[in-house]
Design a protein around this ligand. Structure first.
Ligand SMILES: Nc1ncnc2c1ncn2[C@@H]1O[C@H](COP(=O)(O)OP(=O)(O)OP(=O)(O)O)[C@@H](O)[C@H]1O
Length: 334
């Protein structure tokens, strides 16, 4: 039996006499997330905490990358950070529901092509932005993207969680030499074949994870959704004929997949070409930015009756953060 781990904060508690804890919104792999309120401005904020005792400290990386990304679109505003004897914390702008929750809330657990293309385009810009400041995200997955919460941000996608980020360039801006073996980082369901093989991850690996996200948004599931074991998922992905996905995707994704398959560690992805493919597809299908997102539509009678049990269950089990599991099992620093 595992001991009940106490929350680092409780509702009503103050941080730095400035931010009041409103409610807990998540207990992620490496910490806790709370909604808070700035007592002076009444602005709603997100408070992300990690225990000072935790063996794997990731908040330092989170703060470093978040600061580097300030001023870019699709990035939360950095407000403050600090530490005390119990925890490290970062205060940032609060966002809304993440894309994993939004997909699951849809009938059959799928998004329409219209919503998928428009959010994927924004995610591509976000990935390009983090790469442009010299970092890889290394945990691209639906729960690491959220829609804004304000009237002027609720149609914008925000990238979250830089705890597993890694600098891929040296001080001269050159791509670092790849290590011969690197530990697995990321989340099994969305990890690239490269990541499964413990190869040094590059910019293309973040894009592979986006590709898997797109397939899941459109079809509601990935072929390895029910497999828990990391090695087994890796083997299946390696053997899997990825062109089979193209049956479910618009023709533009042939070129998208071809480009991903052509990339190696050192290559700079052609972000503009990938963005152009998504835009071309939107244009061809008559999709407009003004269209409603799936979650903005008023639900019809049908909407909840068709959700398959297996899809819902699969969603839960796929979101395993391997690093967390390994940390719990062996208490090792990866
Ligand atoms: N700024 C924010 N505003 C609103 N919600 C947030 C914010 N940051 C994170 N969250 C929510 O908390 C969840 C976990 O956050 P995050 O991924 O940063 O933490 P984590 O500990 O690394 O979790 P995981 O291991 O699941 O990736 C997110 O999926 C998101 O729903």
């Amino acid at each position: 039996m595992s001991a009940q781990i106490e929350d680092l904060l409780s509702v009503g508690q103050l941080i730095k006499d400035k931010w009041k804890v409103i409610k807990k919104i998540g207990g992620g792999g490496f910490g806790e997330i709370y909604e808070g309120e700035d007592l002076t401005t009444k602005e709603r904020v997100a408070l992300k905490l990690e225990s000072a005792k935790q063996s794997k400290q990731v908040l330092k990386m989170e703060v470093a990358v978040l600061k580097k990304l300030q001023g870019k679109e699709h990035v939360c505003a950095f407000i403050c950070c600090g530490r005390n004897e119990r925890f490290n914390y970062v205060v940032m702008s609060l966002q809304g529901k993440n894309l994993a929750e939004l997909r699951r809330s849809q009938p059959k657990g799928c998004l329409t092509l219209s919503s998928t293309l428009r959010i994927s385009l924004q995610i591509l810009y976000a990935i390009e932005a983090i790469h442009s400041v010299g970092f890889l995200h290394r945990d691209i997955k639906p729960s690491n993207f959220a829609m804004g919460i304000l009237s002027n941000t609720c149609r914008k996608v925000y990238m979250l969680d830089y705890g597993l980020a890694r600098q891929y360039v040296n001080q001269y801006g050159e791509v670092r030499q790849p290590r011969t073996a690197a530990g697995f980082r990321g989340t099994v369901r969305y990890a690239s074949v490269n990541a499964h093989k413990n190869k040094e991850m590059g910019r293309h690996d973040d894009l592979w994870s986006l590709f898997y996200m797109i397939v899941e948004f459109i079809t509601g599931a990935l072929p390895w959704r029910k497999i828990k074991e990391k090695e087994q998922v890796g083997n299946l992905k390696e053997k899997y004929d990825h062109t089979l996905f193209l049956k479910h995707l618009p023709v533009e994704f042939r070129a998208f997949l071809n480009h991903l398959q052509s990339l190696t560690y050192t290559d700079t992805p052609h972000y503009a070409a990938l963005q152009g493919l998504l835009m071309q597809c939107m244009h061809r299908k008559g999709i407009s930015d003004a269209d409603l997102f799936d979650w903005e539509k008023i639900p019809t009678e049908m909407s909840t009756s068709n959700i398959s049990f297996t899809t819902q269950a699969a969603v839960k089990e796929g979101d395993i953060n391997v690093e967390l599991v390994i940390n719990i099992l062996y208490d090792v620093n990866i």
